[in-house]
Write a protein that binds this ligand. Structure first.
Ligand code: UN1
Length: 508
């Protein structure tokens, strides 16, 4: 085992060197970096203090003041260069994501691709920060909207998408004229150092960007609090649990700061009588077992129509039994490790509760790879008699609760009867069912799909969800507006001063 460990550790150091991270940044300090692949410590990193955080935010604010006056298409050039750096570093950064988050190779690479995609999107956006021109009721007047940068944007990200979520926020924030301070998860510090180094390369090639345009805050929740409570931080975009959001949201609201919250998900699928079952099977397998169930968008609940239940669910069980679980660095397994023991324990706890509620479990056991501190688990499929706890809560692990339904209205109601509202999908070839699912009385989630799973969204759409998911939107569509402030401008080019609403106020 020690040779496996030292292999991973050595490879990590080699990757970090190639990505431009100096060894002094990860060879001593009070924060430990682990790999869930072997469960071993692979680096130690110095933590920032609250004083450092205040200085970093001050410096970012100075950078913002300069950056906001740089023309947006020129700001886009920085992101274009960053996209080039990411393309060149894709294999290394993807591998580092696999090492630090335990993702299988194609998902590690896919995450970096998501960064590249958002860079392309943001470059185009840098020439499209449009405002409206609006008809006015007054003669000789023009009314328009102007979009301005906001200030320092704080990004708080989670371990499970350690690089892509930062990139969604940073690419948009920077083309919109903001500076960025990032507090990554304590479980994914090395990928954060790597992203910072790659952006530094792009900044160097760019030439004249202000110093401290983008920084990383390394540490525990105190660093997150430093961002949340600092008046110079205009917006905090936070990804994590609903519990975290319940703390962050009100604190930001108290000082009238903006927030983009992307919190828990309890995403469901509905398999209707007319569904293409082969397609549904593949989509559900990826949605529920992919990334070892550690996506915000992971499918966690499944409703199957009673007329096909006995045909479809055994096929799903078979897929659960045969899915390969293994070391993502040395095998072609489809499911890698859980992030840590805490996560494995939470999974077992939920399975125990489900069993007590009449759940019938397939899988869910620990897979022994001879690595004491690594937590590999067979994904669990649990047939539930009813949607009781723990089905109604998010457990960040590969558990799919399956329930039978008979009536479409009833299943829509059950679908929406949980706190979270991130992603959802329906499998049907029936147009009425599909359209009703997407209608106002259908899915109440931020993402609603037909004949594809709940996870794996493209960057072009706005990403986020309703209710306890927090309501924020990141990534594509017009999510950029969340990173800017809108000014309504009215210009009078007449020689008179007509007042709106016909008000008269004539002084002598
Ligand atoms: C997350 O899990 O926080 O839609 C983000 C998806 C990915 C993003 C997930 N594009 O699954």
């Amino acid at each position: 085992m020690s040779s496996v460990t030292s292999d991973v550790k050595t490879e990590t150091a080699e990757i970090l060197t190639r990505l431009g991270v100096h060894s002094s940044l990860y060879s001593s300090g009070n924060l430990n970096a682990y790999t869930p692949v072997t469960g071993e410590k692979i680096a130690t990193i110095p933590a920032h203090t609250a004083d450092h955080a205040a200085q970093i935010i001050d410096a970012a604010h100075i950078a913002f003041k300069e950056w906001r006056m740089v023309p947006a298409p020129r700001r886009g050039e920085l992101i274009r260069l960053f996209g080039e750096e990411l393309r060149a570093a894709k294999d290394d950064l993807g591998r580092l994501v696999s090492i630090e988050a335990g993702k299988i190779t194609s998902e590690g690479l896919g995450e970096v691709q998501e960064m590249i995609d958002i860079c392309d999107f943001a470059v185009g956006l840098s020439r499209q920060l449009y405002g409206l021109t609006i008809a006015t009721e007054r003669a000789g007047h023009r009314m328009m909207e102007t979009w301005h940068p906001l200030g320092v944007v704080g990004v708080i990200s989670a371990f499970n998408f350690p690089v892509a979520v930062w990139a969604w926020n940073t690419a948009l924030a920077l083309v919109c004229g903001n500076s960025v301070v990032w507090k990554p998860s304590e479980k994914s510090l090395l990928t954060a150092l790597a992203c910072d180094a790659l952006l530094a390369r792009a900044l160097k090639r760019f030439g004249d960007a202000p110093k401290n345009l983008s920084s990383v805050l390394l540490g525990d929740r105190v660093m997150g609090e430093a961002l949340v409570d600092n008046a110079k931080v205009a917006l905090v975009s936070a990804t994590g649990s609903t519990r975290m959001g319940r703390e962050v949201g009100p604190r930001l609201a108290k000082r009238f700061a903006r927030s983009i919250l992307e919190l828990g998900g309890n995403n469901a699928g509905i398999v209707c009588p007319s569904a293409d079952q082969d397609m549904a099977l593949r989509a559900i397998a990826f949605g529920a077992m992919g990334t070892a169930g550690q996506r915000c968008t992971t499918m966690r609940r499944l409703f199957v129509h009673e007329s096909i239940y006995d045909q479809f669910v055994p096929r799903l069980q078979k897929a659960y039994q045969s899915v390969s679980v293994g070391n993502p660095l040395t095998s072609s397994a489809l499911v890698g490790p859980l992030i840590d023991k805490q996560s494995f324990d939470a999974m077992q706890e939920s399975l125990k509760k489900a069993e007590a509620q009449g759940g019938k479990i397939t899988g869910g056991n620990r897979v022994d790879l001879g690595l004491e501190n690594a937590y590999y688990a067979k994904p669990a499929l649990v047939e539930m008699p009813k949607q009781t706890s723990p089905v109604t809560e998010e457990t960040f692990a590969p558990i799919l609760y399956v329930m039978k339904y008979s009536d479409f209205d009833d299943v829509l109601e059950k679908h929406n009867a949980v706190g979270a509202g991130l992603s959802s999908s329906i499998f049907t070839l029936n147009l009425q069912e599909a359209e009703r699912f997407l209608s106002a009385e259908g899915s109440d989630c931020g993402i609603a799909n037909v004949n594809i799973g709940t996870s794996g969204a493209e960057i072009g759409g706005a990403f986020g969800g309703e209710k306890e998911t927090g309501g924020g939107r990141e990534s594509g569509s017009d999510a950029w507006k969340g990173y800017m402030r809108r000014a309504t401008n009215t210009i009078n080019y007449s020689k008179a001063l007509p007042l709106a609403q016909g008000v008269s106020f004539d002084i002598e």
